[in-house]
Design a protein around this ligand. Structure first.
Ligand code: APR
Ligand code: PHB
Length: 390
């Protein structure tokens, strides 16, 4: 098999790039280790920056997003029994975010790809990028007991944090930066109306909480928990009790409980790999970087990577210019590091750290108290939350 652009990974990064390439008349194949239903079973975040919404429109895949996405002009920070409003719209000169689940983004892009009739290979094993340091890169994989090969002009690693693309790079050619946080997020999804109109990020001595939503009838809640906790030991009742304990009374009273249909514990990590290009192999999305979910930046960073990468590929094919591809890694990393900083800062400010001494606790409290009381600090928070410019 031969194609122009071979994409490993059928998550939002790979699918968005694939769709944009198809619309631009650039031939592409997507290959994934699992199948469509498995991918759509993953529960991920759902706060879209305007840049991501614009990308979905450019990909002509925004019908459902435009109809069902919930525009949010702000969010709340809960502290010491009170609520503090962050007026995103007012602080940023009219910007906002859109609530729309990553699962929905993925499904919408998969549906477009199916309608386009473009090749997608699911359930492929041992997918490996080969010879990307030379002129003729290719991918080997196994499926149905046979070994196959895809030859391509470029290989794009959109295969997430655990995928094979980054691992295929010689260790000497790549530098990684990492911070692992000493707690996890226990998430619960239920078909109950949200407790508040906007998202509520809560700081509490018992740990961080987040009240989020997927729609007006589906809520997503999170609790900071020790990494040693087992999800099996968290009954729904225990979750709802602990959630209400950590929230201000007015929000706690508005929590509508119901049976969960998803519950899981996720670790929190900051991670960046540099550079993001190795000859004919490019990394994008979670394959190159991870943020803790506190700033809701994971999906949005994948979108900005694809913005720069797609522009580079289009320039390569349409204008025969290597400039965009040559600039990709540097352009993407400049934005990634700012989102890494913001996500780390939100995480540090809003969580409780068991290893903090009394001084550290006071400093974190002062950071939050300053942010809430200063227009300049709230403006910086809002500017980052709605998304820095591409
Ligand atoms: N071979 C082929 N495909 C693979 C392999 C492999 N060995 N390993 C992983 N993949 C596939 C996964 O099955 C998945 O479908 O790569 C895809 C990666 O998708 P995501 O993890 O969703 O990553 P990305 O598309 O970059 O999306 C980033 O997802 O994790 C969230 O917070 C993150 O919102 C951000 C977004
Ligand atoms: C979510 O809805 O899952 C969500 C929202 C905001 C975040 C993280 C996760 O910061």
């Amino acid at each position: 098999m031969r194609t122009q652009v071979a994409i490993i990974g059928s998550g939002p990064s790979g699918l968005l790039l694939g769709r944009l390439l198809t619309l631009a008349g650039i031939d592409n194949i997507i290959i994934d280790r699992v199948d469509r239903e498995y991918i759509l079973g993953r529960v991920r975040a759902g706060v879209l920056e305007q840049g991501m919404v614009n990308m979905m429109r450019e990909a002509q895949a925004s019908e459902k997003l435009d109809a069902e996405g919930l525009p949010h002009d702000g969010f709340e920070i809960a502290l010491n029994g009170g609520l503090h409003h962050i007026d995103l719209h007012g602080l940023t000169g009219g910007k906002r975010v859109t609530i729309y689940g990553q699962t929905e983004v993925t499904r919408d892009l998969m549906d477009k790809r199916e309608a386009d009739g473009v090749t997608t290979i699911y359930d492929a094993q041992h997918v490996t990028p080969r010879e990307f340091g030379g002129k003729n890169p290719w991918i080997s994989y196994e499926k149905d007991g046979a070994t196959h090969r895809i030859d391509a002009d470029f290989i794009i690693g959109c295969d997430g944090f655990h995928g094979p693309s980054r691992k295929a790079v010689p260790p000497k050619a790549i530098e990684t930066f990492e911070r692992v946080y000493p707690f996890g997020w226990l998430g619960l999804l239920a078909d109950v109306p949200p407790a508040a109109e906007e998202l509520v990020y809560g700081k509490h001595a018992r740990g961080f909480t987040l009240c989020s939503m997927r729609s007006k009838t589906r809520s997503r809640y999170y609790l900071q928990v020790p990494l040693t906790d087992q999800v099996e030991n968290w009954s729904d009742d225990a979750f709802w009790d602990e959630l209400r304990r950590r929230l201000p009374e007015q929000v706690a009273d508005a929590v509508v409980t119901g049976p969960s249909f998803e519950k899981s514990i996720a670790p929190l990590r900051s991670f960046v790999a540099e550079p993001m290009r190795f000859g004919k192999l490019f990394l994008a999305g979670d394959a190159a970087h991870i943020v803790p979910p506190t700033g809701a930046k994971g999906l949005n960073l994948a979108a900005s990577d694809i913005r720069y990468l797609f522009d580079g590929l289009r320039e390569h094919y349409a204008d025969k210019s290597p400039a965009g591809l040559n600039a990709y890694s540097e352009r993407a990393l400049a934005r990634i590091w700012k989102a890494e900083r913001f996500s780390w800062w939100m995480t540090t400010m809003l969580h409780t750290f068991a290893e903090d001494d009394a001084f550290g606790r006071r400093i974190h409290d002062a950071e939050l108290s300053y942010t809430l009381s200063s227009v300049a600090a709230r403006t910086a928070l809002a500017e980052n939350y709605v998304g820095l410019p591409y």
